[in-house]
Design a protein around this ligand. Sequence first.
Ligand code: ATP
Length: 929
Amino acid sequence: MDDMQLNITVAKKNQNKPVNKKFVQKNNTEYKFKSKPDFSGKIIARKRPQNTGQKKLPQQIEEEPQNKIRKIHTNTNSDSKSDDLAGRLRDLSENKGKFHGKDYQLLSDDIKLKQKLKSGPWISSLFKNNPEVPKIGQKAVRPVVEKVFAGKTFSDLNIHPHSVANLKQNLNLTELMTVQQKAIPIILEGRDVLIRSQTGSGKTLAYALPVIEGLQAIRPKINRHDGIKAIVVVPTRELAVQTYELFVKLVKPFVWIVPGLLSGGQKRKAEKARLRKGLSILVGTPGRINDHLRHTHSLNFAKTGCLILDEADRLLDMGYEKDVSAIVKAIEDHKKAATYDPMALVKQTIVKKVSDNEEVEEQNETENVVETSVEHPLTKVFLSKERQTILLSATLTKAVENLAGITMQDPVFIDTSDGKAVVADSLKPKPVQEEPNQNLPEDVNNVKETSEHNTKDQARRNDQSCDSSRTGLKPFSGTNHPELFGENKNETEKITNKPNVKKTSNDDSDSDSDYEYFKVQKSLEKKPDETKTEEKSEVTEQEETSNVFVDALKTAIVEDELVLPATVNQTFLIVPMKLRLVTLCSLIVEHCVLNKKGGKMIVFMATLEMVDYLSELIETVLTGKDNKKTDSKKKGSQNGGKNDEESDSSDFEINYSEPGLVPLDLDVFSLHGSMPHETRMEVFKQFRTAKHGVLICTDVAARGLDVPRVDLVLQFCAPASATDYVHRVGRTGRAAQVGAATMFLLPSEAEFVRHLEQKRIRLRQSDESKALEALRTVAPSEHSMQRAAIAVQAKLEHVAHSSKEWLARASRAFTSWVRFYSGYPREVRMWLDARQLHLGHAAKAFALRDTPAALARRAKADPRVKVKPNNRLTVHDEEEKKRPGFEKLKMGAFGNKILNKQTSMHTASEYDSGLPPVDTYSYKKKKKQ
Ligand SMILES: Nc1ncnc2c1ncn2[C@@H]1O[C@H](COP(=O)(O)OP(=O)(O)OP(=O)(O)O)[C@@H](O)[C@H]1O
């Protein structure tokens, strides 16, 4: 109905203007209603009960709808017309098929209520018709605990004294963390290692330190021309930057070791130049490394002795197994190729001699270093044709087991959780079997978690008989991905007994727009038949693989016990849908503004559209920021100023008088995978250094990010899995610091807590009755918490309806959330069930006043919602064509292709190389010239 009413308003306003194409005015009183209105506005307001004991709302709120109604009345100016409207509304409401089943009744009620809007005072319906908040209690769950610090110091390790001093001076670190104490000695032995340790437990240093230790001990000293010795693959650009920065700090005493960064979003040319100059340690995202593998000839892994996959489960989870496998394959291929190139050896010697001469002075200076440097087996690995693989994550999934299967050789599994803390060695047979391996020296069977391991591993590595046939875990040989490398699949299957490596269709690659949505969709795609096959292969695998490593790993996965830092106070808050947005505002104010110490919090949302829209909406409302500039800037960039219909918001005039809110001093940051690279890095840096503020983000910030002083993590949308819950919460309480984590749940989602409890995660229910209290600071003139909430909601809605651009963004956010919600994986769908959603209430949580039907209509009309997102930018032209924004590739004046950078970055994900596709034709042409 509002659509129609508003269209009438528009028509009257535009009487002297050219008539809207879709709108036909027959005569002064008769109007034809178009099937797809340009916009729709709806007054979410309920009639105040006739007999109210309550005080009247402040004039401004009461007047809002009246203003609108008055306006509509003046414009329609005819009773017969409103009768006509009523009749048309009836027609509309009879079209039940458009509405979702039981929601129909609610919708028709809504229409009826709107008809009554024509008279009487109205109030916001924020506190009406909300479901009751259940008290679900708490089960007695004993969480798994991990001891964070080991009680030993870095000087207890067998590492270079300069490293120990550097850690103290530059990083202020002296005491070892448990994972570091267990992992560093084993990594220094050159063994393949899989590490599971809770979030914030210092895993990065646990692998970075021994890698540097191994490299610094190489004599003659390595230089940047000696090739890439170690590769660190991480899932996000931010994590890549963070890891690279740590390496830069760690190599300070060893200036001849050069770390380098390859993450998405930067210029390919600059990175190529950096690669040409030479690097010792390469840190990067899988997409970007792969891109350079294809297009940069100077990138060579022939000398790579160590491959590290941080957040290994996520690397695989996102369907980047192909990228990771391609990197592994490249290392093997380059190594093989180097063996057959005698010239390479000569060249290398020459370069070395030259650089050795150059470094004579430096060597003299560091004579002491030479004397005191300790040689480790890892150093030998760096000098040999071997490769060490290290996988790390705070959570283990089946995918990690598979990844271990394809990339590791005789691995050691390190789990630091109390009670089942293990250092399980694949070379150590099961005690029950009592069959020590005859092929190995005796001591190999008694590997302990001390640094007493010796070069036996080297011997073991050279001993061909001691690999996969015994452990059941196959080293990667490219045979695991015949489709990638064009090998015969059947033959491959005969050769390898590698189990169910998750096959993800990379051709269709992951979504960008809301990759989380596609992540959950992916798990839905798994057919029952596939599951059966998986189970079968699991059984076969179990029969074939029986060693300590495999058993320990399997136990860790099967038990699925998730570990969270004990210092994090975990709670959940059951909030009815309509109150979610104001409650979020309230918590932000409470934590970041009212907290005298200055709080820093992270809010996780489901989709990037939500992040984009809600972060700006909240900032605008709470800080009183003038968003006009941003609006027009965005309009300009997103529409290219072409879509006049959308950009002309002058006919969208609903004059609500604004409730008086006090602007607050609040810093709002937003982060998601499709932001332009520079903005993204800037936001990340700013939030890291900020003393207080809120970061609203997608799961792109859930992995590995180490932001100091984050004392609250808020999950505005329930995570898609318990694993995601762990990583999100893990952004606080790092390195044994105190932190808090809370999660919003709808009354219908309350039992989701039980799912988490099954994984030994303990949460306490928060009292929702005080959750809105902080809003009284924002609306001090209101005499109750509820009134303040109504005032804030009114303002939020006012801003959301202040222009067509805002409204379009709101609708996109809403639609993306609905899509996300209906795609929750099967494991959690019984608690996070889309059928339980009240979409009308949900719209309110996005400050929208439309009916779900009107929202659906708007989404249908929005081309940006229609396009299936695709986050791959590189490699195949076919993939490129599927990408939204491809049509933005325009032909330039000289027939050259012009890529719309804005669009390109909008679809870039943190998993991408972030580069435009290489135009092979013009590239070849250039080369010829
Ligand atoms: N020995 C130590 N003593 C004190 N603090 C440390 C030590 N080692 C690392 N840290 C600090 O602990 C924090 C977390 O480290 P890191 O980021 O490596 O954790 P993580 O285990 O990789 O976490 P996640 O699983 O979330 O990626 C960092 O701020 C780091 O500086």
